[in-house]
Design a protein around this ligand. Structure first.
Ligand code: NAD
Length: 348
């Protein structure tokens, strides 16, 4: 059964890491190393079953292959999960043990932050292996990747606005932001500085309040965000928010945001296109964090990293052009361009 799952999308390796003493139960998935060592964050989550954790780590690692490929990074796709509640299981020994497992892979997998893991956790892992990124600037890393992700999303939104409205000027545009956490807080600041009107929703009322106070945002209920009369809808919370139900309700001309796996299914990209909504593919516009992390592999330089993240603007245009030429939805165009890059590298 495991080999059938791996064969489905040609995964290279699945590594199970267990340690009785620290309670470590981790899985590392390496999807593809054609373009370089696999890189992807460490998710710490109380999965209900081993099967659920395996499915998640495989799906996420494959996503990283596409994200790095489309972002012109010389990295492959990987991901790790630790099974458990991040509020309960963290300890120095657990992370150091996990670090030793990563070290054993000899650079085939490089870890970083994801849901449930922090800069401090990476620094603990780093005591055992150099294959841990996202550490603080004092240790040569880029620190918390969220502001870099936000910058990339901002560039992606502007690029999609150019396509939809003929100008990337966001002055006076109404932007509905779903979820104002780490990334979206930084994003909202940039959009506010550009003169956009913000409408926000979040299950966390403190986060909403910050956006209201600092950026003059208007608050709406969590579900009402889909009905907002807006120009741009920015999903920055969870996955699958673009689906049959929500597409029917959206009034925006652009969908572009930070969340991973925004489309419930690939066909929802086509539905957006049919409705005349410009969709900037999620893994293209939210690659700012990994671009900064990749930069830090060569000794972090803030300005250089920001320049590379700026290129998301042109990348999104390139995807729109390809989609138009091939008459496919933009999510399909992004997938094909990423696959093309990997195929060419394999042939070479
Ligand atoms: P975060 O947890 O800081 O923020 C997410 C916010 O969404 C939280 O404030 C949460 O309360 C809110 N939320 C959850 N469910 C919601 C709902 N149903 N409706 C409205 N709000 C809801 O996470 P983040 O780091 O800001 O990441 C946001 C998204 O971007 C995630 O999907 C993440 O996977 C993706 N992403 C993040 C990065 C990064 O660098 N942090 C990089 C790439 C992709």
């Amino acid at each position: 059964m495991i080999f059938d799952k791996l064969a489905q999308y040609d995964y290279e390796q699945l590594v199970f890491c267990q340690d009785e003493e620290t309670g470590l139960k981790a899985i590392i998935a390496i999807h593809d190393t054609t373009l370089g060592p696999s890189l992807g964050g460490l998710r710490i989550w109380p999965y209900q079953s081993d099967e659920e954790a395996i499915i998640d780590v495989l799906r996420l690692s494959r996503g990283m292959t596409y994200k790095s490929a489309i972002s012109d990074l010389n990295l492959g796709g990987g991901k790790a999960v630790i099974i458990g509640d991040p509020k309960e299981i963290k300890s120095e020994e657990l992370f150091r043990t996990f670090g030793r497992f990563i070290e054993g892979l000899n650079g085939r997998y490089i870890t970083g932050e994801d849901v449930g893991s922090t800069v401090e956790d990476m620094e603990t892992i780093r005591k055992e292996t150099k294959y841990a990124t996202g550490v603080s600037p004092e240790l040569g890393g880029c620190g918390n990747p969220s502001p870099f992700t936000a910058h990339g999303v901002y560039k992606g939104i502007k690029s999609a606005a150019l396509k939809a409205f003929g100008t990337d000027d966001l002055t006076g545009k109404t932007i509905a932001v779903q979820g104002v956490g780490n990334v979206a807080y930084n994003l909202c600041r940039k959009l506010h500085e550009d003169g956009a009107n913000l409408v926000v929703s979040d299950i966390n009322k403190d986060n909403v309040q910050k956006a209201v106070t600092e950026f003059g945002a208007t608050e709406v209920d969590v579900d009402a965000i889909y009905d907002v009369d807006c120009d741009i809808f920015a999903p920055c919370a969870m996955g699958a928010s673009i689906n049959d139900d929500t597409i029917a309700r959206l009034k925006a001309k652009v969908v572009a945001g930070a969340a991973n796996n925004q489309l419930k299914d690939a066909r929802h990209g086509e539905l957006l296109q049919e409705k005349g909504i410009v969709y900037a593919p999620d893994y293209v516009v939210n690659a700012g964090g990994i671009i900064a992390i990749e930069d830090a592999l060569h000794g972090f330089e803030h300005e250089r990293a920001m320049e590379k993240i700026d290129a998301i603007y042109d990348k999104v245009q390139q995807i729109f052009e390809y989609a138009e030429k091939e008459n496919v939805a933009t999510n399909i165009a992004a997938d094909r361009l990423a696959e093309e890059r990997i195929r060419k590298a394999k042939e070479a």
